[in-house]
Design a protein around this ligand. Structure first.
Ligand SMILES: Cc1cc2nc3c(=O)[nH]c(=O)nc-3n(C[C@H](O)[C@H](O)[C@H](O)COP(=O)(O)OP(=O)(O)OC[C@H]3O[C@@H](n4cnc5c(N)ncnc54)[C@H](O)[C@@H]3O)c2cc1C
Length: 392
């Protein structure tokens, strides 16, 4: 058991990664995150520290300049950032977005981009899938890319494309064959690597979307954006399949962040419940305070096991769609339970910004909706695993 009694002995796999990240996070304390939240500022110094430490390239194979570590190591790194009170949302996409390039990109694309990304010289932080009209129904996206000679010409718009203003590259999903001309709705979509440095002002415009958390999300408008032929990643028309592996990695890594958030809430709330005295005794002596925390602890440990299982399957190259989705569902629920229990434990002080509870509570709420909402996960499990009629 760790000092705080929260992290179970089983929680200390990859201790060298945990310890290194704990040291790095100690340089970015609660006041740092609080100030950024108040100013809606991007954690540039934190992201730079992660990049310089090689953490953002940890999944990139050694042959391309990365550390070649498994997904589990990345999950541990992100879990640790969140357990320390930080927020890895500013950079987690770099870890999973490059997976599409790695698995489906040409050798020339990989040689050009992966070493630069691994060295932290090029940022691949933006992933443009969601659109205003299509929402969760990804195959219904309207952004289209047409081949004209040696160029692709893109028209359309994306919403909630996070970090586009802080990224050099964006992985973009667009329709290359109209929906009415494909046999299956998931066909006819393609993935492109857009160099935002060249595209901005030349057919591509980015506008920030203000949200309740400090997430740097944007709308991206493309009107006659021209891309070189070699911006296409993988095979034309198979983009949906190409991004699926990356989406599983995304779900697993975000689930790990939720486990970290839950552990942070539980550590903070149980310390406060031991110290805060009302009616002449610690509030944690009341079962009305103690039991919600204990229940959230059980949910967190169960979610952690689900994350580990999903990582093990992913790292073995086995199919892991249901497991990645279940890990995200359970972990987002656990962090929300822990956040709610922490809110009740801190009482009025939960609302005082200096305690950081309200900030983390807002931040962790996102993951019951993004990158895929609970209902869509349940519908996927109901249909794909339980064999029930498809509802979506
Ligand atoms: C801060 C933030 C950052 C984001 N970052 C990115 C990003 O970087 N890149 C990106 O591509 N996207 C991003 N997203 C988008 C996110 O993935 C979507 O918001 C999410 O997938 C849900 O889509 P939607 O908001 O359009 O909801 P909708 O699809 O409109 O759904 C609304 C509600 O209806 C429910 N619903 C819809 N259809 C069904 C059904 N058939 N059965 C049951 N319930 C249903 C949903 O579960 C949800 O609860 C981000 C979102 C936010 C808020």
């Amino acid at each position: 058991m760790s000092d705080d009694g929260i992290t179970m002995a089983i929680g200390r796999d990859w201790p060298e990664v945990r310890e290194a990240l704990e040291r790095l996070c100690a340089r970015f304390d609660a006041a740092y995150w609080r100030r950024l939240d108040a100013e809606r500022a991007y954690p540039a110094e934190f992201v730079r520290a992660l990049a310089e430490g090689g953490w953002l390239g940890m999944l990139i194979p050694e042959a391309y300049g990365g550390a070649g570590l498994p997904l589990r190591a990345a999950a541990v790194a992100l879990e640790t950032v969140h357990a320390c009170g930080g927020n890895a949302a500013a950079c987690h996409a770099q870890m999973y977005v490059m997976g599409t390039l790695l698995r489906h990109g040409s050798e020339a694309q990989k040689r050009r981009w992966l070493p630069e990304i691994a060295a932290g010289r090029v940022r691949l932080q933006a992933f443009g899938v969601t659109e205003p009209e299509s929402g969760s129904d990804t195959p219904a996206i309207r952004t289209r890319a047409e081949r004209r000679g040696d160029r692709w010409v893109v028209h359309g718009s994306k919403i909630f494309t996070s970090r586009a203003e802080h990224s050099d590259l964006m992985l973009l999903l667009a329709r290359t064959t109209p929906l009415e001309r494909v046999a299956r709705r998931t066909e006819g979509l393609s993935v492109f690597l857009v160099d935002l440095r060249e595209a901005r002002g030349r057919g591509l415009e980015i506008r920030p979307v203000e949200t309740m958390i400090n997430h740097h999300t944007t709308q991206v408008f493309m009107d006659g954006l021209e891309l070189p032929a070699d911006a296409l990643v993988g095979r034309e028309g198979e983009g949906f399949r190409h991004i699926l592996d990356g989406m599983n990695a995304e779900r697993i890594l975000i689930a790990a962040e939720c486990v970290g958030d839950a552990r942070w809430f539980l550590a903070r709330a149980s310390a406060y419940a031991r110290e805060r005295r009302v009616f002449g005794r610690p509030i944690g002596q009341n079962q009305g305070i103690q039991f919600p925390l204990a229940r959230a602890l059980a949910a967190t440990e169960a979610a952690d096991l689900a994350v580990r299982r999903a990582c093990a399957l992913f790292d073995a190259g086995a199919p892991c769609g249901p497991e990645a989705n279940m890990a995200k569902l359970l972990a987002a629920d656990a962090s929300w339970q822990a956040g709610e229990a922490a809110m009740q434990t801190f009482g009025g002080y939960a609302f005082a910004r200096e305690y950081d509870i309200e900030r983390k509570w807002r931040e962790t709420r996102l993951y019951r909706i993004a990158p895929v909402s609970e209902n869509l996960i349940l519908a996927h499990l109901g249909h794909r695993v339980l064999g029930l009629p498809r509802s979506y």
